[in-house]
Design a protein around this ligand. Sequence first.
Ligand SMILES: Cc1cc2nc3c(=O)[nH]c(=O)nc-3n(C[C@H](O)[C@H](O)[C@H](O)COP(=O)(O)OP(=O)(O)OC[C@H]3O[C@@H](n4cnc5c(N)ncnc54)[C@H](O)[C@@H]3O)c2cc1C
Length: 448
Amino acid sequence: MRHHRHRPRVAHRSRAGLVAHLTALGALRCRDGPARGGRQTRQHRRSRRCAPVLQRRRRARDGRRWSQWRLRRRRARLRRRESRLLRSSRRARGPHPTSLVDVKAGTFGDDLEKELRSAHGITIGHWPQSVALATIGGSIACRGAGQYSTRYGKIEDMVAGLEVVLADGTVVRTGQLAAFGAGPRSAMGPDLTSMFVGSEGTLGVITSARLRGHPVAPEERRAAWAFPSFADGLEALRRTLQRGATPAVVRLYDATESKRSFDGLDTNLLIALDEGDGFIVEAAMAVLSEECATAEPLDVSLVEHWFNHRNDMSALELVIRAGIVVDTIEIAAAWDVLPAIYESALAALAQTPGIIAASAHQSHAYLEGACLYFTFAGQGPDPSDDAWAEDFYRRSWQAVLGATSIKGGSISHHHGIGLVRGQYLPDALGAGFEVLQKLKDALDPRAS
Ligand SMILES: Cc1cc2nc3c(=O)[nH]c(=O)nc-3n(C[C@H](O)[C@H](O)[C@H](O)COP(=O)(O)OP(=O)(O)OC[C@H]3O[C@@H](n4cnc5c(N)ncnc54)[C@H](O)[C@@H]3O)c2cc1C
């Protein structure tokens, strides 16, 4: 009983006090085991009764220390994590943290590139000839292509997500702009982004886009070759692309275009330019050079010439002002039918009454085929005769699109459909055209 009366007093807060108290009770001896000789003394028995108290106190003390220590360690860990996050968020303001860029649809292409390059060290790589005239929304709406498309892709390869306003005012966010769309790819049903890319304003108004960015290229290489025929040049490009090399710019001009655009150069000219990581550029250009081994190497200043004049449309404007009807038509087809389309489209254009020039170049290349870009010009007896001009215009388009369709090619590569090609679309898409029509009816019923 005496002991029990002592128990509350054991609750010393300080270790020294506790030691003194327990020493008086003999508890410390008890900790050392029975008294010498193995006999349990009265003190020992008493201290044995005291031991659980000591242990509980020690455990409590140790527990308190343990949890305080854990708390301190946890706080330190949190502080370290915070500073790590802070450091990485500082880094996130650097060149290309996520490779994604959000842009309003009305932004002009050149303004976007200027801002991205100077302030963030990144590029989208979309350089259409109309880069200073076309908006990002317009490029997406028409499924455009830039001059560096063989490295960076066409606009549909660059768009990671869209914000679109539908006819009834609903705002739709697709792809990586969707609520749970932050992954680089997804399998959450059909790709709604693709549905709006190329819709030319018929399904909704694109208000902003999330685009894929790349670090500004540290390396660039250029080369040029002359081919005996346009088909030979196409064949070298096919082999290059199918070996996996994708130099940013590969443009093959037929002899007519080479003469016109490269100071009378009478050959089928291939110019190439690649940019990006040094190893990749080196490899891509090495593959291309190997595939062009039988062609005649030309001075790389030809690439410089192209680069400096690539967006200059002043010559075309002069021609139009002179009353000449002129336009360009771009199509795409598989490698094996491209030479035939080239030949038959030019032959059909040559038969068109009033034609004065027809030519083509290849400008965007892929694993399975490429884009051919035709230019035609014609003049009637009376430059003020609009009916003649329109008839010539439609016949010329028919010449190229007819030659393309018959070989199963695509009647547009990057300018979209618009009004002139509209009449060819039902045949080109087959039952798919009905699907598009139903989509249009569903999203914009009042337009039907
Ligand atoms: C000299 C010249 C060179 C060109 N070179 C190239 C080239 O190299 N590569 C290439 O791809 N194209 C080229 N083009 C074609 C043209 O620049 C593109 O089709 C361009 O993408 C159109 O953009 P825009 O802003 O001018 O659109 P607009 O001409 O104003 O509109 C074109 C179509 O897109 C729709 N549209 C526009 N903005 C939106 C939006 N925000 N939401 C929904 N629909 C919209 C319009 O309704 C319309 O049907 C060239 C054109 C010219 C005149």
